[in-house]
Ligand binder design. Structure first.
Ligand code: 5GP
Length: 241
């Protein structure tokens, strides 16, 4: 497979076409941003860690029956993925109250959310990712009721699998963001699942193990990313049933 022209460049990844129209190449860059792009930096090696963790999680989910866009790893920080028509939704599952839900609603930081809460934002830089509800999603023509039901069911199944896995590694999955796409009428998990898109707390100490370290200057970002990548990747396959 040969890399062709640049299709899309986001805040932290670039996507290239290949000579196969069904396959794209996704490059995880070392750029890191927060607060709607208001804070920006480049941290050498960050892309590689996020790619490694995303790859591991996609493979783990795939082994457990979740359809993902992951095809194969090409080199550090670079993976081949299936060409999806992306659905402009940020699907967030929350197990513990933190971040914007605490700022915007009367939740106490750290309060468990059981059952988990799904929050869906409109992925649009121009509109600053506003929260949607089901009716707005249908009215905007973003997804059908059947598709949205499927997306929510997949999001909860992914949350259960990931929470269980990370718990065994001593990590609480506080919340995380997913993006989905369509291919041949099927809903497939796309984008990435990494330290940039999950909120992770150490089960013992409560320490942040994710992009909050960068957002709120809680410590050395690269040390945190390297450490959490090692913890996530250290488990043998098949440990979680
Ligand atoms: P919050 O709404 O609390 O800011 O974010 C909830 C969760 O979704 C966090 O784990 C956060 O990292 C993730 N998230 C929300 N919006 C985005 C986004 O635009 N990009 C990425 N990578 N993650 C996001």
């Amino acid at each position: 497979m040969k890399q062709a022209d640049l299709l899309y460049t986001g805040k932290a990844k670039s996507v290239y076409r290949t000579d196969d129209p069904e396959v794209y190449i996704m490059k995880f860059r070392d750029d890191i941003t927060a607060f709607d792009g208001g804070k920006k930096d480049t941290l050498a090696g960050k892309g590689r860690y996020n790619a490694e963790v995303s790859t591991f999680i996609f493979r783990y989910l795939g082994e457990h029956g979740i359809r993902t866009h992951y095809i194969e790893s090409i080199e550090p920080g670079v993976i081949a993925v299936q060409n999806l028509t992306m659905i402009p939704l940020e699907v967030i599952v929350r197990n513990v109250a933190a971040g914007s839900i605490v700022r915007n609603y009367p939740f106490r930081e750290g309060a468990p959310l059981d059952p988990p809460v799904i929050v869906i934002d409109y992925k649009s830089d121009a509109h600053h990712d506003p929260m949607l509800n089901d009716e707005l999603i249908y009215a905007l023509g973003i997804a059908t009721p059947e598709e949205l039901d499927q997306i929510k069911a997949m999001a909860l199944a992914i949350n259960e699998l990931l929470s269980k896995y990370l718990d065994l590694r001593g990590i609480t999955l506080v919340d995380f963001k997913m993006e989905f796409g369509r291919s041949n009428g099927r809903i497939i998990l796309g984008d990435e699942i990494s330290m940039d898109s999950m909120r992770l707390w150490d089960k013992e100490t409560g320490a942040s193990l994710d992009k909050d370290v960068y957002r709120f200057e809680k410590g050395d970002v690269m040390e945190t990313y390297a450490g959490v990548a090692k913890r996530i990747l250290s488990a043998p396959w098949g440990e979680v049933k």
